[in-house]
Every structure is written in C-alpha cells, then in structure tokens.
Write a protein that binds this ligand. Structure first.
Ligand SMILES: Cc1cc2nc3c(=O)[nH]c(=O)nc-3n(C[C@H](O)[C@H](O)[C@H](O)COP(=O)(O)OP(=O)(O)OC[C@H]3O[C@@H](n4cnc5c(N)ncnc54)[C@H](O)[C@@H]3O)c2cc1C
Length: 380
C-alpha cells in the first residue's frame, strides 16, 4: 500500500489551489449574494482541464484518474463549494453519462463542446414527486413517428436554466418499471423545452438550480442515450461515481472550514490569550482534522477502486455518507469557534455552514446512502 500522492498529483493540487485562490476566492461572496454563476469562469476552468477532468484526450478531455478528479473538486470546494458543485455536476453527471453510455457519434458531437467549456452540462433525474424514489418519475418520452416526444418536468436541476446540454431521464415504457426508463440528450433552446422556476437557496447559491419543463419536446432518435430501457440502470452507475465527487466536495469544504477555524483561533484573543490555548477549542480542531483525514482516505479509496475498474456502489456511498456528515460537523464547529463573528458575512464561516447542508441531501440523502450500504452488506 502507498498512501502518497505522486509528484504530478501534488503539482495538480498546488495548481488547482492557486487557481481557486486567485480566480475564485476574491468573488465568492459577490457570486453568493447575487446567486450568479460566473459563465466567464468557464474558459479559465477549461484551460486547466477542469471541464473535462476524466474524459479521453481524443475528445479534448484531460484524461485524469478518479483520484485526480477528487483532488480537483476538493481544492475548488475548499475555496467555493458552489463552484465545486457546478464543476462536479458538469463533469460527474452530464458529461460522464454521455462519455460512459453515448454512441461514438454522440461523444464526437457533444464531448468536445462540454470539455472546452463552451457549454455547461445539466443532468435531469429528480422531479417534484420523485426525489429519493427517482424511479417514480412522471416525465415520459413517447415514440411518435421518427421522434421521441418528451413531456413532464424536472426539479432542482443544477444548470437547469444555464446548461447548454442536458441529459434527461424519462419513462419510455411504464409497464416495465425501472427497466422502462431511458436517457436522452437535449439542448438548451430546443422547442418544447424551457427553464422553469429558479430556486432561491440557503447555500450553494452561485450554482444555478432550476426546474426544466418539457411540453411536446421533439427529440430525434439519435439523441437516445444508451439503450432504450437502460436509462435507470445506467443512472445508478453514474451515481456510483458522482457520489465519489460529492465525497471529495465534502472533504474540500470541511478542509476550508477547518483551516478558517484554525486561523481564527490563533488570531482571536480572550482572557488574555489566543482562544487556541483553550482545550475546548483544541479538541474541536483535533477532532475535525482527524475526521477530515478519515473522510479523505475513504474518498480516495473509492476513487482508487474506480480507477481499477471495480464497481464501487458500497464504497462510494460510504465515502459520500461519512464525508458529508463530517463536513456538516466541521462547518458547525467553524461557526462555533468564530463565536459571533461566525454568524456574520465578514468571515467565511457562515457560508460554509449554509453550503454544507446540500451535501447530505444531493445525489442521495444520508438516509438513502445508509439504505444502499445496508443492501450491499445484506447482499440484496
Ligand atoms: C442544490 C441542489 C442541486 C440538485 N441538483 C440536481 C441535479 O443536478 N439533478 C437531479 O436530478 N437532481 C438534483 N437535485 C435533487 C436531489 O438529488 C434531491 O433533492 C435528493 O435526491 C432528495 O430528494 P427530495 O428532495 O425529493 O427528498 P425526498 O426524497 O422527498 O426526501 C425527504 C426526506 O425523506 C427521507 N427519505 C426518503 N425516502 C426514504 C427511505 N426510503 N428511507 C428513509 N428515509 C427516506 C429522505 O432521506 C429525506 O430526509 C439537487 C438538489 C438540490 C437541493
């Protein structure tokens, strides 16, 4: 076993960290307050390879491993979890679905634009009445002549309003249950597809979250993604790797919150000494540093197994569950260590505290992760 990152991976971490500090950090609060996703960041992210992290070089991708993907997401999340969420959804959901299950023609048509950052990717599974129970979706795609006709609406979609390319999951044969669900590639501006309500969120505010509505949206047969009826099964595979990304995002957010708390504890003086001299503060710092290391190891292990071609359903869920829950604790302790200053916007603590809650909800709540892990343990 070798727990060290390679020299190239250490260089990657430094490069992404410097980029995030220079290009993202100065704007974090402005983007958060205005709920603005900075589209002009896309070419800069793409130049570093962050819009196509794990995709083959023949499509313009960076060809990085899953472990390297984690390093990238972690370093962006350390500075701005909302931008990390957008980068993760673009790479890990939409672009991954096309790269893993698309035909050669679909990959050639869509991947280069996505990895160059010309368009943002969106991925639509969730609906108003179908969240954890995603297979209960109502959106349908019905074959009509040469086309598929999509009707329904998708809820809480990252880049629902600003995504140029979207993978949408819809029922193609209700009688077949989850084997009657298929995926399609749709493009922003197609007749019959429009953005609905933009969510006004607690956290992750720079990342657009919107409803997407389909009314007789005609999709050519060449846009069926993967085999008909395999859309839900493929979705579970996408979530296996997507959850490693959310685990990495959690580790990065926790690291950012912990560093802010550590820094503040050395600056803030009460009773004639820095608050870092008090045992109550030291224990919080020690516990968080330890939990972050444990979460990072679980996350990298899931990524390492993915890189070796293993199915990582259990490992991905364990990493996502543990990392997101310790991140909630890290953000909570960060506010506590800042005292009243943790409650105001002059310090980064309150934003980590608002952003972090999404991580125990998105791509499967903590309850659903426990359910997935238990099913794996019981061999079901
Ligand atoms: C900011 C944001 C971005 C998102 N981005 C996307 C996206 O890009 N694409 C997309 O498709 N979706 C996206 N989502 C949706 C997200 O994945 C869902 O919100 C999530 O899966 C939970 O679904 P729900 O909100 O309907 O909650 P529900 O499923 O209604 O859950 C409510 C509560 O019941 C619990 N519960 C439900 N079922 C069970 C059970 N069987 N056992 C025990 N407890 C249970 C849940 O754990 C939760 O605590 C996003 C959501 C947010 C908030």
């Amino acid at each position: 076993m070798d727990f060290r990152l390679s020299d190239d991976q250490e260089l990657l971490r430094r490069t992404v960290r410097e980029f995030a500090e220079a290009e993202i950090r100065p704007h974090v609060m402005e983007w958060d307050e205005s709920q603005h996703f900075p589209m002009d960041l896309l070419p800069k992210l793409a130049e570093l390879g962050l819009m196509g992290i794990q995709f083959a070089e023949e499509y313009g991708g960076s060809g990085m491993s899953a472990v390297e993907y984690c390093i990238c997401i972690e370093e962006i999340a350390r500075v701005c979890p909302a931008i990390a969420l957008s980068v993760a959804a673009h790479n890990g959901l939409c672009t991954s679905h096309i790269a893993m299950f698309g035909s050669e023609a679909q990959k050639t048509e869509f991947l280069p634009r996505l990895v160059r950052g010309e368009v943002l990717g969106a991925w639509g599974l969730t609906e108003a009445g179908a969240g954890s129970d995603a297979a209960a979706m109502r959106t349908t795609a019905v074959r009509q002549g040469q086309c598929w006709l999509i009707n329904g609406s998708k809820n809480f979609i990252t880049h629902g309003a600003i995504g140029g390319v979207m993978v949408v999951i819809a029922v193609t044969d209700r009688s077949k249950g989850h084997r009657g669900i298929s995926a399609f590639i749709v493009e922003h501006g197609m007749p019959g597809m429009k953005a609905g309500k933009k969510e006004d969120k607690l956290g992750m505010r720079a990342s657009d979250t919107s409803e997407v509505v389909f009314e007789d949206c005609r999709v050519p047969p060449a846009r069926l993604l993967g085999e008909e009826g395999q859309g839900f099964i493929n979705t579970l595979q996408i979530l296996d790797s997507g959850r490693i990304g959310i685990a990495a995002l959690s580790v990065g957010l926790a690291q950012g919150a912990y560093e802010a708390a550590l820094r503040y504890s050395k600056e803030r003086r009460q009773f004639g000494q820095p608050i870092s001299a008090f045992q109550a503060i030291r224990w919080k710092l020690a516990d968080n540093a330890t939990r972050i290391e444990a979460a990072r190891l679980l996350t990298y292990r899931a990524a390492y197994l993915k890189d070796r071609g293993a199915r990582t359903t259990r490992e991905s869920s364990m990493a996502k569950l543990f990392a997101s829950e310790i991140a909630v604790k890290a953000a909570d302790d960060c506010v506590q260590i800042h005292g009243g200053y943790g409650f105001v916007k002059d310090y980064p603590a309150e934003k980590y505290f608002r952003d972090v809650k999404l991580l125990t909800i998105g791509e499967g709540t903590s309850e659903i992760q426990r359910l997935v892990i238990a099913r794996q343990l019981l061999g079901q």
